[in-house]
Design a protein around this ligand. Sequence first.
Ligand code: FAD
Length: 397
Amino acid sequence: VGRVVVVGAGLAGLRTAEELRRAGFDGELTLIGAEPHLPYDRPPLSKEVVRGEQDDVTLKPAEFFEEQRIDLRLGVAATGVDTGARAVTLADGSTVDYDHLVVATGLVPRRIPGLAELGGVHVLRSFEDAMTLRSELAPDRTALIVGAGFIGCELAASMRARGMNVILIEPQPTPLASVLGERIGGLVARLHREEGVDLRTGVGLTALLGEGRVTGAVLSDGTEVAADLVVIGIGSVPVTELLDGSGVQVAEPRAGGGVLADECGRTSDPNVWAVGDVAAWRHADGHRRVEHWTNAGDQAKALALALIGADAPAGPGQVPYFWSDQYNVKIQALGEPSATDTVHLIRDDGRKFLAYYERDGILVAVVGGGLAGAVMKTRAKIASGVPITEVLEAAGV
Ligand code: FAD
């Protein structure tokens, strides 16, 4: 294969480099990262890091990259790709030639257009974002969190743990409605209210108030709230600018954006690949991006084997998995739950719940709160797509 260049030194970029070596790739391997940090882990940012309980989120020490002969170039962004010359341009003006290029550039937080630029307004994606936000967390301060997705919900929990007042607003009828549906979203709403969060659903942000620094906000229902700080957690957009003009196909923003790729990560250019949050891989139901930690590793494995021309292992593929920690509840999902699935709630006793997701009569996902064992036990059933009647019967429902 010669030389592989991976752009984006986050989880997916790191895992791709690791998996290439594990699969026996012996050629030159370059990993380019815009951030000055060694590849690091993002899940703790909204949890332990903002709460001040953890500072080091590094995934691998510097020696790892030497041992694995990975030429790590940090603090320099890739700015363009010439697919004809097979070269990547970097922000310092240099170019790096490749035989295969892997795009692993992740996401950046979505902004609200037209919102006043004020101090005390935060987003959360990077380590710096987390450290800046952490410096604002103090007991009795009031935070307005805009958006009750995973980041908003986890931050609400972290801020309550720091003794703060939290107002969490969400235009949908419940938190996490677009990922888990309103039934389970309702349980998540109950959890946050029990923990003292002022959760307001069906409400968005209209304007921020303050001069220089934020002092509050006007909400879409006309109410005004006072806040010492604001976090905007309304989703993220894929980082694909470096492919502008390269000819590599990118999905429409309306369709979620991202670099279009087949089921092994190969893009419209046979020498360019995409992996992780930025990648819209082909699934049975079309191209789709997945913004979860485990997916980055699963995709890296499949991509590395395809890139070196090895066969994928026989048997069923990985069952997708993600989790979210809110208060003392670990929410876990196996399979691919969708907001349009029929949800069978088979257990709900306060902070422990278990739900089976049904699509066309088949069990497609299981979502649990505080019930790791019960969730994990369903892995084989989800992989083989058993009829929902079978699992409901087995559960005594
Ligand atoms: P990233 O981790 O974003 O890495 C991309 C990297 O590419 C970045 O370092 C970026 O600086 C770099 N880059 C971008 N453009 C360029 C360029 N032009 N040149 C060079 N480098 C570039 N998932 C879960 O399943 N459970 C959780 O509890 C969970 N918690 C999370 C909490 C937070 C706060 C966040 C932000 C994410 C969380 N996730 C969670 C999601 C998980 O972290 C992501 O799925 C994972 O980080 C994706 O890895 P990635 O490498 O695709 O993207």
